[in-house]
Design a protein around this ligand. Structure first.
Ligand SMILES: Nc1ncnc2c1ncn2[C@@H]1O[C@H](COP(=O)(O)OP(=O)(O)OP(=O)(O)O)[C@@H](O)[C@H]1O
Length: 300
């Protein structure tokens, strides 16, 4: 069964098309990574899924209903980002108690264990927490709520690396114990790739790829060797990224459609074949320019 179904989903902010005819589905109990550059449309998409804002055109169904201001959807989802607001009068203990009253699957014992592990104090106020501590507290809400749909928009903002590792581990262990549908947006694909079952890569509001993470890891390969040789041997291949190295070497990332014979011919001609890190691949696929930051310094 699908938890989310989008069909030609678009969102305009004035003249700006933040989402451009996205069509995809997300099934039950999967962890999907929503990946894209700054301004790609991730937050816009997640807010539409959560029911906070309305689509401009196309259709979206969450638990088979349009999510905008929908009680069924809001009762079954939790949305966490780094802009959470809680009234200043509430202490952390008050916030946990309110959450316990709202979310039917709330796991109070788990919340208390996390609360004490991360050394929060019940009388602390949310607005006094540092950026990383706010994200950590948000994580306690996200995990303890055990909502059928858990939406995490850049949940690790400000967390130091050791807290991030704890967070990813807690998320995975908790998910294995209580499977549910989780969407996680992040720029840090290398950190989360082992958590993800699927990746949804968007760029300038459009869907680039939506596939199992295992397939994404095999999606492309890197080739390095003499430019002339590479150009001779690579014909009719989809080139994702190209970089000149030294005087006449090239590094090329191509879609992984090589036959065994082609691989052998490349190796025989001194071309090195390597895998491409998922994080690099997502950067290459969403590159805004053909070159890189070095071009800014190139005044020639
Ligand atoms: N309320 C708004 N009014 C006008 N434009 C907006 C609004 N919200 C977002 N946008 C624009 O829509 C586009 C998508 O923004 P969005 O915040 O969804 O991207 P994002 O992928 O979450 O980016 P980031 O990774 O930087 O958080 C951007 O060009 C942004 O400037």
């Amino acid at each position: 069964m699908n938890v989310i179904e989008c069909e030609k989903l678009s969102k305009m902010y004035g003249q700006k098309k933040a989402l451009n005819e996205l069509s995809f589905t997300i099934g039950t109990n999967k962890i999907t990574g929503l990946i894209g550059r700054n301004g790609a449309g991730k937050t816009t998409l997640l807010k539409i899924i959560a029911g906070f804002i309305r689509e401009s055109s196309g259709s979206i169904k969450v638990f088979s209903e349009n999510p905008f201001n929908n009680l069924k959807v809001s009762a079954n989802r939790i949305y966490i980002d780094d802009q959470m607001y809680f009234p200043n009068t509430l202490t952390l203990k008050d916030i946990l108690q309110s959450a316990a009253a709202v979310y039917v699957n709330w796991d109070d014992e788990f919340a208390k264990r996390l609360f004490s592990y991360f050394t929060f104090h019940p009388k602390q106020h949310y607005y006094h927490l540092s950026k990383g501590m706010k994200s950590t507290f948000n994580m306690i809400l996200a995990l303890s709520a055990k909502c059928p749909l858990t939406i995490l928009d850049e949940p690790t903002t400000g967390m130091d690396s050791s807290v991030r590792k704890d967070f990813y581990r807690a998320l995975l262990k908790d998910y294995l114990e209580y499977p549910r549908t989780i969407i996680l947006s992040s720029h840090l694909l290398n950190e989360i790739e082992d958590l993800l079952e699927d990746i949804l890569l968007i760029n300038e509001g459009k869907e680039l790829l939506h596939m199992p993470m295992a397939d994404f890891k095999e999606y492309a390969i890197g080739l390095q060797g003499k430019e002339k040789m590479i150009n001779e041997l690579i014909v009719n291949k989809e080139i994702i990224h190209r970089k000149t190295i030294g005087i006449d070497d090239q590094y090329l990332v191509i879609k992984n459609t090589l036959t065994n014979e082609e691989r052998q011919r490349l190796s025989f001609n001194g071309i090195t074949i390597s895998s491409v890190a998922s994080d690099d691949l997502s950067t290459f696929l969403t590159a805004k320019t053909k070159g890189g930051i070095d071009d800014v310094f190139n005044r020639g």
